[in-house]
Design a protein around this ligand. Structure first.
Ligand SMILES: N[C@@H](CCC(=O)N[C@@H](CS)C(=O)NCC(=O)O)C(=O)O
Length: 217
């Protein structure tokens, strides 16, 4: 069944690929699954019709028939469980990949979002500079741990999986921070991932919303 996802009608990052519908688009592209996109305004996000899909009033959502999902981790897991090649077949390897999905959003993304909030929403506060030093310290710790785990490996755990989609998209938010440059292995990891044709198609589709080109998957 062809799913419908939601995405921002007006891209806050001017089509840089940071909005989280990118994760869902990328997974669907990797799966070879066509999809429709319903664009929503910031006002519509907070209206009852959208909150019925996502109680927190956010994008992305995923609808297929009677099913409506929110949270990118859950959506990607659902997609990966229904399409080959996005999660390992081996039971333990699959469990480890799912662990990395959780790690990406709970352990790695959290200080990165704190940084975004400090830079974008709190930049005029008297304590922002000091706070940024502390936040960057926490991010640096996670990046060091992650690059140590990755070592010379191509992907987080064996073959490419939805865990890499989640982690890469989380890390891309640091693209302009200068922090990633301290870890060439992470830069190489991001380059490897974003060179994938599925990523490129997803990025182009999200960018097209901003540039006004035709929408669709
Ligand atoms: N944990 C959620 C986060 C979703 C999220 O933060 N969505 C952002 C766009 S990337 C959003 O809708 N922001 C608008 C708002 O919160 O009002 C997920 O992974 O799906």
């Amino acid at each position: 069944m062809r799913p419908t996802i939601t995405a921002f009608e007006a891209s806050p990052d001017r089509g840089q690929g940071l909005a989280r519908d990118m994760r869902v688009r990328w997974a669907l592209e990797e799966a070879g699954q066509d999809y429709d996109v319903r664009l929503v305004s910031f006002r519509q996000l907070k209206e009852p019709a959208h909150r019925a899909l996502n109680p927190f009033g956010q994008i992305p959502t995923y609808e297929a028939g009677e099913l409506a999902l929110f949270e990118t981790g859950s959506i990607l897991l659902y997609i990966a469980e229904r399409h080959p090649g996005l999660l390992p077949d081996d039971d333990h390897a699959r469990a480890r990949a799912i662990t990395w999905m959780f790690a990406s959003v709970s352990t790695v993304e959290q200080p990165i979002i704190e940084r975004d909030n400090a830079v974008l929403l709190e930049r005029d506060r008297p304590w922002t500079a000091e706070r940024l030093v502390a936040i960057d310290g926490r991010i640096r710790q996670r990046l060091t741990e992650l690059s140590q785990h990755l070592g010379e490996a191509e992907w987080l755990d064996g073959a490419f999986s939805v865990a890499d989609i989640m982690m890469v998209h989380v890390l891309l938010r640091l693209a302009r921070s200068g922090l990633l440059e301290e870890h060439p292995s992470l830069l190489a990891y991001l380059a490897r991932a974003t060179e994938r044709p599925a990523y490129q198609r997803a990025f182009a589709a999200q960018l097209a919303v901003f540039t006004g080109a035709n929408e669709g998957g």
